[in-house]
Design a protein around this ligand. Sequence first.
Ligand code: ADP
Ligand code: MG
Length: 240
Amino acid sequence: MITFRQVNKHFGSNHVLRDIRLHIEQGEVVVVIGPSGSGKSTLIRCINRMETVESGELSVNGVNVNDRRTDINKLRRNIGMVFQHFNLYPHMKVIDNITLAPIRVNGVPPKEARETALFYLEKVGIPEKADAYPSQLSGGQQQRVAIARGLAMKPDIMLFDEPTSALDPEMIGEVLDVMKTLAREGMTMIVVTHEMGFAREVADRVVFMDQGAIVEENEPEAFFSNPREERAKLFLSRLL
Ligand code: ADP
Ligand code: MG
């Protein structure tokens, strides 16, 4: 579903993605870990072309992301993205945050968009917050709205970039639980996170990045119990 072939990217003289090769199947959950600045965000931002790659090839559903002929809006409609900071519109009610893109971008009739939004609010466990404003919600609730907003576009792929890093500790679990449910239901997910418990429990594969390269890639059990690379060992030892 997603394939990186020898993908490279620089920011100026900074080589931030080095010969990335990665293949993700439909329904897979891949967790990306690594030190700050290792290129994790850049890697996943390339998938919906929030960043462009310089060389190599990146394809999503068989479509070359960086081909000039690729319909970028069509590509993005199919990829939900959840960030560390929830980026909800503060002046809009929860329900309107969720229905905005389906109505404006996908042309879904408002009534149908509303029903879909309520369905996903139910799914993330806060149907009663439809008419609240983001400022009236906790961080964990806001992030769950952000996930519902992504799902309301009915994407095939969900990208998560440190979705719990800005949350108070007691709210991390409720967001991870929603993500676990999605994973169980077969969503294709790429998750950048420092939550190693989540990686162990949910990931089909763990990808460890350092200095722009994928240094190690393995099933979680094997990766955590017996990392092969020194840099991965060092990274894991510092988390404890
Ligand atoms: P991570 O998510 O693993 O912390 P990033 O992908 O954000 O890493 O960053 C990788 C490298 O690229 C870092 O050295 C960072 O400073 C640099 N970088 C990221 N975004 C930009 C940008 N828009 N312009 C210039 N440099 C950037
Ligand atoms: Mg990052």
